[in-house]
Design a protein around this ligand. Structure first.
Ligand SMILES: [Zn+2]
Length: 351
């Protein structure tokens, strides 16, 4: 039996097989899904905060049997297989609140999840053919990165999750982290994102430039995380921490509104959840307090360094975004001109 999968599922299959989502060793069964929603744990008790599901077409459902091995086909290539342990349907409306902290059906993460369908199979997987596409050269396995960390002799490494082109507050965060740890693993997420988010190209090329010109090259590793954004805030922060731990990071940076979107999550809610679970996650959480531009100090700083809050100017990702869209000048206080120039050469946002 052969089942067709889409590109997003193919990427997830690869992540599971490469142990990016360890301890998850397959697409979730119904029991795992329910347990994850309810308690942020797999059925076996291991901490895991978000669903990783394999959607199938409704009409295939009746032809699939439990304990059957099924080949997974992507664009006329057999790319993997799954041992079916669960065949099930999900009505995501029942789970929106625990997963996304809202009842708003317009939540982008919820909308993306609903679009995958309502029919799924779960079970352990095997990858037969690695994903090969434009950004594969950036998509390292945990094994690759652990080896790099060892070769670079970095005893402590902080993982940095982002889906944006770096502005100066991001850069400040990276410099702060380098005071606490020996190395940085900059790991932009470039899987499925919503319309209006940055293009992978813009994010990766700008970080390449930033590392080349403005960061200590021998202490920084760049890779791309090819999984979907979930926009699930605190839960996704935990998910992102687990992933970076699996890549060999000793530390993980969590900011004011990690993996947030709009106003769905509370300030520092993601930090609080990660800190609560820190021990079990086996990765140290570095709390980031939003850096800002100070008109008095004439530089980017944070409120534990400078208390002249009357002089505070927020580095607003949203206003930088709007200025980029409208082709307006970006103040060099907020984003490096060399980065602005570079990203303006090609498409900046997902349409
Ligand atoms: Zn100041």
């Amino acid at each position: 039996m052969i089942v067709n999968i889409n590109f997003d599922s193919y990427l997830e299959l690869e992540k599971i097989a490469d142990k990016v989502f360890y301890p998850l060793d397959g697409f979730m069964t119904k029991e795992d899904f329910k347990s994850v929603v309810k308690s942020m744990r797999l059925k076996n008790g291991n901490i895991f905060p978000l669903p990783v599901l394999l959607p199938i077409e409704q009409n295939k459902k009746n032809n699939i049997n439990l304990n059957e091995k099924i080949l997974l086909n992507f664009k006329s290539n057999i790319v993997g297989e799954i041992l079916v342990k669960s065949i099930f349907e999900i009505d995501f409306n029942k789970y929106i609140k625990p997963l996304f902290g809202t009842e708003d059906k317009e939540h982008p993460g919820f909308k993306m999840l609903v679009k995958t369908g309502n029919c799924f199979i779960g079970g352990p997987v095997k990858l037969i053919k690695k994903v090969s596409y434009k950004y594969s050269k950036y998509s390292y396995t945990p094994k690759d990165i652990k080896k790099k960390i060892k070769n670079m002799k970095l005893k402590s490494v902080a993982g940095f999750q982002t889906r944006n082109v770096p502005h100066k507050a991001h850069e400040h965060i990276l410099h702060l982290a380098l005071k606490e740890v020996e190395g940085l693993f900059i790991h932009p997420l470039i899987g499925k994102k919503k319309v209006g988010d940055f293009m992978p190209e813009a994010v990766l090329s700008s970080y390449e430039l930033l590392i080349k010109l403005h960061l200590p090259k021998n202490r920084v590793i760049l890779g791309a995380l090819t999984t979907s954004m979930r926009y699930a805030g605190p839960r996704e922060a935990v998910f992102h921490a687990i992933i970076r731990r699996n890549f060999g990071c000793t530390h993980f940076l969590v900011g004011r509104d990690h993996a947030g979107v709009g106003n769905y999550y509370g300030e520092y809610e993601a930090q609080k959840l990660c800190l609560k679970l820190e021990k079990e996650l086996k990765i140290k959480i570095i709390k980031i307090r939003g850096p800002f531009y100070c008109k008095y100090c004439k530089k980017i700083t944070t409120d534990n360094v400078c208390q002249k809050l009357d002089y505070k100017v927020e580095v607003s990702g949203t206003s930088i975004r709007n200025d980029l869209i409208n082709n307006k000048r970006i103040n060099s206080r907020f984003m490096r001109p060399d980065i602005v120039k570079l990203i303006r050469k090609s498409d900046i946002f997902i349409k």
